[in-house]
Design a protein around this ligand. Structure first.
Ligand code: NAD
Length: 476
């Protein structure tokens, strides 16, 4: 959705005024062309950003949990108020995604990200007293955030990290720095407005690899959280600090002969096209048992898919990959684009009803083998569920991230779930059900697939502390 220059100016001025009552301190330039100065929590220098977060954490730690909740409630409120703004600016700045879906993602984060209720205590009592196992804060967390869900991740991380008593220094993706910094500003304004400290979340105006390196090595950062591709996750895991790695996926969806095929087709297309396939959990390729493959393709076409010919598939390969340093990499100008835009790039004109591009192909087809983050779904036809499980496991590449299946056979579902061993396994629904959107459970945009914590929340951002009272407080 195109947003005019004037509209953006009006929105940004309006929202900053409502956030702070101090709009006069803000550069009136639109946020997508010029970074507003004096955003709360945003610094020129990374050392200052870390020092400010450290000071804020010292202030928040002794405050009652109830007070953390008060700040979080205001972050939730402001996120709901600004969901449209963040969605529009995110699409505007990154060129990726779908405004309507991004609004839903912000609403989900605001309403369902767990707060302090996520923290729990284990107690043992007996003759020798009382021992508590408590989940305490790490201190200052360094968090790298992606371009694909920029503000969703910043806000979701902020709520969870603050609920656990931490402050956070963000290293947002440079391609989404303006909108990410605006979300950080909102988090701090939410805190200050209810009497909390500023700089609970900080960053610099110009994030870069060099800035991230300072964060990764800094003595005042106790925990690193990386949400992004394999490069950044490997970097934080090699840092020598405790790190959570929320890395890449390539989620296959397997459909067997026992599935409700029409529903499977609709769920797959809905999941795959959500925010133009940017979520790391979204269906990235289909593995279909021969017996139902034609029926599935029919219903996928009914649900808004365009079936590409072999020639069009070849053109798509040449368009969505580019050569860099002798290596084929994703063309960033195609990531997160709609099916209509992708088809336009290969000279095919379709109407707005087309949401997804499908084709049949071998597992080795690069559009199937690689994680695309575009609404393109290759379909691999297999003779039976055994072959389907084996191929799906290969296509997941051992990321242990997400996998999905449509089947009414509990035996097949169980075998696939065990074989693929992913943090997320959605059965008989769209992938986004894993985020509590049309499914049970809480959302997060940081799924610690590489390091095994799975869907992160406040408790993931804690360290375990034992608190022992000797020979007292047991009243049994
Ligand atoms: P990206 O890897 O290009 O960037 C992620 C972040 O890492 C950015 O802030 C970037 O500046 C930084 N970065 C990259 N390499 C770095 C390095 N060597 N040192 C320091 N910082 C570095 O990812 P993206 O394109 O923004 O996001 C898409 C990728 O992230 C996909 O692979 C997707 O699956 C994955 N992802 C995973 C999750 C999850 O929860 N597991 C969530 C969102 C995205």
């Amino acid at each position: 959705m195109a947003v005019s220059e004037q509209e953006i100016q009006n929105i940004v001025r309006g929202v900053l005024r409502s956030m702070s009552g101090a709009a006069e301190t803000v550069n009136p330039e639109p946020v997508h062309t010029t970074q507003p100065k004096q955003l709360m929590g945003i610094f020129e220098n990374v050392e200052d950003a870390i020092a400010a977060a450290k000071k804020a954490q010292k202030e928040i730690q002794p405050m009652p949990l109830e007070f953390r909740e008060k700040i979080i409630a205001n972050i939730r409120k402001k996120t709901l108020e600004n969901a449209k703004l963040f969605a529009e600016l995110g699409v505007e700045e990154t060129g990726m995604g779908n405004v309507g879906h991004k609004i839903l993602k912000h609403q989900l984060v605001a309403e369902k990200t767990p707060g302090t209720e996520d923290l729990s205590t284990v107690a043992w009592s007996g003759d020798r007293g009382l021992t508590l196992i408590e989940q305490g804060p790490w201190g200052v967390i360094g968090a790298v955030t992606p371009s694909t869900n920029p503000t969703e991740t910043v806000i979701c991380n902020s709520i969870g990290m603050l609920a656990a008593g931490n402050a956070v220094v963000f290293a947002p993706h440079p391609a989404a720095k303006k909108v990410s910094n605006l979300a950080i500003d909102m988090v701090n304004r939410a805190s200050v407005e209810v009497g909390g400290p500023e700089n609970l979340a900080t960053a610099v105006y110009e994030p870069s690899m060099e800035v991230s390196q300072v964060i990764f090595k800094h003595k005042d950062i106790q925990l690193l959280v990386a949400t992004g591709g394999p490069g950044v996750v490997t970097t934080v895991l090699s840092s020598g600090k405790r790190a959570l790695g929320a890395g890449a996926g390539n989620p296959p969806v397997l459909v067997d002969e026992t599935a409700n095929v029409q529903k499977a087709a609709e769920d797959i297309v809905n999941g795959c096209t959500f925010d133009n396939n940017l979520p790391c959990i979204a269906e990235k390729e289909v593995v279909a048992v021969d017996l139902i493959a034609d029926e599935l393709i029919y219903h996928m076409e009914q649900a808004g898919c365009y079936k590409a010919s072999p020639e069009e598939v070849q053109k798509l390969i040449e368009t969505v990959f580019i050569e860099k340093n002798g290596r084929k990499i994703l063309n960033r100008k195609c990531v997160g684009r709609s099916a209509k835009v992708l088809l336009e790039k290969i000279g095919v004109t379709v109407g707005d009803e087309i949401r997804c591009i499908i084709f049949e192909g071998e597992k080795t087809n690069p559009l199937i083998w690689e994680e695309l983050m575009m609404p393109i779904l290759g379909i691999v036809r297999v003779k039976n569920v055994d072959e389907g499980i084996a191929i799906a496991v290969e296509l997941e590449h051992g990321n242990r991230h997400s996998a999905h299946m449509h089947s009414t056979s509990v035996v097949n579902l169980t075998r696939y779930g065990k074989a693929i061993d992913t943090a997320i396994f959605v059965k008989n629904g769209p992938s986004y059900a894993a985020l509590g959107f049309g499914g049970e459970g809480y959302p997060t945009f940081t799924i610690a697939s590489r390091t095994g914590e799975g869907l992160t929340s406040a408790k993931t951002f804690t360290k375990i502390r034992r608190c022992v009272m000797c020979d007292a407080l047991c009243i049994r």
